[in-house]
Design a protein around this ligand. Structure first.
Ligand code: MRU
Length: 378
């Protein structure tokens, strides 16, 4: 892997992890993905030459996180078009690879729409070029959105927590690994770090697939910010000790009523935050807001294989169809497991939603619709 460090203008390392890139070697275009199931132990790249490989990478979480899924989905359509595969079949397979993160369908639909429009006018080659251009646009917009969210989020932290010295708790993984830029919630924490206002980032390990311990800590370590990993169950005592000033998380889908689907374990943090009078802030681009989904109860929550809870394995995520019993058992063989990948936090527990187009606070249907209508990409 290349050098992952750059010194930003502020003199603090910028987080630039090449989580995904389009390449055009002589054998044909490919999508190169940093395999997140191997991190932090190994930095291994997967080279996707076809759509089934990319769908597999999405299902096993080699490529993951809402914004990056949108980018990957768009490039997936471009890959199918460039390699002469059945694009409509690819659109279907990619959009259905995971159900909760709305960005996946968003990216796929955008690239597919550009493909179809150009096909009518200029045929297959023009359509393939249009799909790739659209994927690149989705990618570039995500980079810009990340920068804007960091700015809005930093300003909001200043209002909510005057005086700096923030101790921020985060859950799952929301940094450069899930984005073309520096991410969503982690981008805000990084902005606070650069401004000298972050005292500590508390990193929930995020059971069962450890996106916090493996991935957020991997990112945080590269930025020089003070961070501490904790087991998810330790968050309560941390709040009780007065050690958390704000919770910052991302989102996989935000319904029209402001309910937020995010990694399982987010909702308990929102309840804790309310009890302890701590702001609970969600950072997500407007592409994660799904105004078609009227309320939180309508959000489809992905159910993952039980063995992710009952076994430890390397790489961290197995193919959904893989046989049980291949990892290290942490429960008796055959134990039943409940393994929703996400939970839904009602709007009333969310202090603010930070988007690239502005901040929604209090979180209302009207406020959310308004910020989406002012988004450049609405
Ligand atoms: O199952 P994952 O790892 O794809 O879940 C990711 C999350 O829940 C993230 O918190 C969410 O996508 C926000 S990322 C900017």
């Amino acid at each position: 892997m290349g050098d992952q460090y750059e010194v930003s203008e502020a003199g603090v390392e910028a987080l630039t992890i090449p989580s995904l890139r389009w390449e055009e070697p002589p054998e044909g275009p490919v999508l190169v993905i940093l395999d997140q199931t191997r991190l932090p132990a190994e930095e291994v790249e997967l080279v996707c030459t076809d759509v089934p490989a990319l769908v597999g990478a999405i299902r096993t979480l080699a490529v993951r996180g809402a914004p990056l899924l949108g980018i990957a989905g768009a490039y997936g359509v471009a890959l199918a078009a460039a390699r002469g595969f059945d694009v409509e079949e690819a659109v279907e397979a990619l959009a259905q690879a995971r159900p909760t993160a709305v960005n996946l369908g968003y990216g796929v639909r955008r690239a597919a729409a550009s493909y179809r429009e150009a096909f009518g006018e200029g045929g297959a080659q023009a359509a393939a070029a249009a799909a790739l251009a659209e994927a690149r646009a989705v990618h570039a917009e995500d980079i810009e959105a990340s920068t804007r969210m960091a700015e809005h989020g930093l300003a909001l932290l200043g209002e909510l927590l005057p005086g700096g010295g923030h101790r921020i708790l985060t859950h799952c993984n929301t940094g450069a690994l899930v984005s073309g830029g520096e991410g969503t919630a982690l981008a805000v924490a990084l902005a606070a770090h650069r401004a000298g206002e972050l005292r500590r980032l508390w990193v929930d390990e995020t059971r069962p697939l450890l996106q916090g311990a493996r991935l957020t800590a991997y990112e945080a370590a590269r930025t020089g910010m003070a961070y501490t990993v904790l087991s998810d169950g330790a968050a309560g005592s941390l709040f009780a000790a007065g050690e958390v000033d704000a919770v910052l998380i991302g989102a996989d889908r935000i319904a029209a009523d402001g309910a937020v689907a995010n990694k399982v374990g987010s909702y308990p943090l929102a309840v804790l935050a309310r009890y302890h009078h701590v702001p609970f802030v969600v950072v997500a681009p407007t592409s994660t807001v799904d105004l078609e989904t009227k309320e939180g109860a309508d959000i489809e929550v992905e159910q993952r294989p039980g063995r992710e809870v009952t076994e430890f394995s390397l790489p961290f995520v197995q193919e959904p169809g893989a046989e049980a019993g291949t990892g290290i058992p942490v429960a008796p063989l055959g134990a039943q497991a409940y393994n929703p990948a996400f939970d839904v936090t009602p709007a009333e527990l969310v202090t603010a939603i930070v988007t690239e187009a502005g901040v929604v606070s209090p979180v209302t249907r009207e406020g959310l619709a308004e910020v989406c209508s002012t988004s450049r990409w609405s």
